[in-house]
Design a protein around this ligand. Sequence first.
Ligand SMILES: [Fe+2]
Length: 316
Amino acid sequence: MEGPTVGMERFKAYGARVGVWLQGGLDLSVRMKVVVGPDPSLVYRPDVDPDVAKDKGSFRNYTSGPLLDRVLATYKLMHTRQTVDFVRKKHAQFGGFSYKKMTIMEAVDMLDGLVDESDPDVDFPNSFHAFQTAEGIRKAHPDKDWFHLVGLLHDLGKVLALAGEPQWAVVGDTFPVGCRPQASVVFCDSTFQDNPDLQDPLYSTELGMYQPHCGLENVLMSWGHDEYMYQMMKFNKFSLPPEAFYMIRFHSFYPWHTGGDYRQLCSARDLAMLPWVREFNKFDLYTKCPDLPDVDDLRPYYQGLIDKYCPGVLRW
Ligand SMILES: [Fe+2]
């Protein structure tokens, strides 16, 4: 295990890298790097634990200047192009899970490999966040091995990036399509005006195409790594409890789990699940702990969990 000082140095290097990625533009040549890095929403997000972001230079200075412009540009694309029609097409495109066959660990490694290929200077594997999230959960919930695995799995849907999907259709906060976006959606006031659904007499209302309290399971969410990974887990029949599926499906739905919006769509089940999503979210914010886990030491433990809950070669 590396000490905290080394960890913080690498962490700072990572923060600098994020800035470079996000300022690098959104064209195809740099898209992979951006996609497999942290969600732009997380970099932008002002609720980074101040206790942990001890080195103020590491993240907080990205809340203004060119990075903010770039993040805003990403959300502008997302909020313009994520429509009911778009999301349905993506479900059809990826719902057959004929993109690739691989194990969970191969998916973890694959995202790392992509970063390395794109930029040989990157010394910070993408799996760091997965293992760190998992280890945080393991420490706080030692008796719930399935929850540890959720930490490892939650961002693997970012393999969508390998299928050529643009950043705005892979990462970032999610929101329901088919109804008017609510106030806590990030950049809500400045990014939706060109979304054709908001010209639709039904989709532009508060309830939109939904019944009151229909349950989030019946809501069409913007397309990204959450929904894709949830569908993939269902398709491959992961033997994890419903809470695990739920946390992965809605972990980026900040306007709901943190913003407190979209309550009119929630069922009693959603409200019962909300504490789980919030609990998970505590560990998802990678800035919480400057210690880097020794990934090679941890692999055997997580391989055991994979063998228990989602073994073998899976369809992606
Ligand atoms: Fe995520």
